[in-house]
Design a protein around this ligand. Structure first.
Ligand code: BT5
Length: 245
């Protein structure tokens, strides 16, 4: 089963099928769960995206992982999404060497401008439930702009990919717990190095309905995206459309 992955976490609960690993972790009695406990599913019937959107995870086609995290530094916990994105990117680069995976601010990983992974974080009290979906194979119900590790040239097993992802993220998270300032700076640097967003012309669709068109120039100390338009805009939450590279 998940022999390798089990070694990478204090506790791993596996579900062949569940509504959503994020929801399952939210429902669980978290008082008995240690920091970095993992809920993993081979398929979800009600996988969640941001803003009530759906995440497709059909049987045998994708990894759904939710981690229970107890960040010591509450002020910096907003960085955990981008930190997971860097871990996902590094994992994909290992298994599909020529795929050139990129991080799309704030919560996607792309291969060839198509989405291979999405991340959803939820703060529950002082805890963070950090969910990530990573496509292994093409899925019937996934949108047109979705891609998968298999299409990127890797047929690595569920356990191999999951254990690598957990190892990649755990190293970064351990650093975050011991020296958040360093870990945040490192995450920002990794993002800058592997971002598909920075340096491109983008359209930011804000939750308010407002749209901002300009060049994505950097992220700030809080992980917000800075867009140069008529003036500099600091964006904390948005859907980003890449207009050109
Ligand atoms: C996300 O939201 O990308 C967050 C996805 C988080 C999924 C994980 S799986 C484990 C944990 N448990 C959960 O219930 N959720 C988390 P967002 O940025 O809002 O993107 C959602 C959009 O991505 C959808 O509206 C579709 O357009 C697209 N999409 C859905 N399923 C996809 C897939 N498998 N691959 C690529 N794109 C997909």
């Amino acid at each position: 089963m998940l022999t390798k992955s089990q070694l990478a976490v204090p506790r791993l609960d596996f579900f062949e099928s569940i509504d959503s690993t994020n929801l399952a972790l939210e429902r669980a009695d978290r008082s008995v769960l240690d920091d970095f406990s993992a809920f993993v599913a081979a398929s979800q019937t009600a996988g969640q995206g941001r803003l009530g959107r759906t995440w497709v995870s059909e049987p045998g086609s994708s990894i759904s992982l939710s981690l229970l995290l107890r960040p010591k530094t509450q002020e910096q916990k907003g960085w955990l999404t981008l930190m997971m994105a860097t871990a996902v990117r590094a994992t994909i680069a290992l298994f599909a060497a020529d795929s050139n995976p990129k991080i799309k601010w704030p919560n996607d990983v792309l291969v060839g401008e198509k989405k291979i992974s999405g991340i959803l974080a939820k703060a529950v009290g002082g805890d963070v439930i950090l969910g990530v979906g990573l496509n292994l194979k093409k899925q019937a119900e996934a949108p047109e702009n979705a891609t998968a590790l298999e299409e990127a040239g890797s047929v690595a097993s569920f356990d191999d990919v999951l254990s690598e992802l957990l190892t990649q993220f755990r190293a970064r998270y351990a650093k975050f717990q011991s020296d958040a300032t360093w870990a945040v700076a490192n995450t920002a640097e990794e993002f800058r190095q592997h971002s598909s967003t920075l340096g491109t012309e983008v359209m930011a669709l804000l939750p308010s309905g407002e749209q901002i068109r300009g060049t994505a120039i950097d992220i700030d100390a809080s992980g917000n995206l800075i867009i140069q338009a008529d003036a500099k805009h600091v964006i904390s939450a948005a859907d980003i459309i890449h207009l050109r590279n």
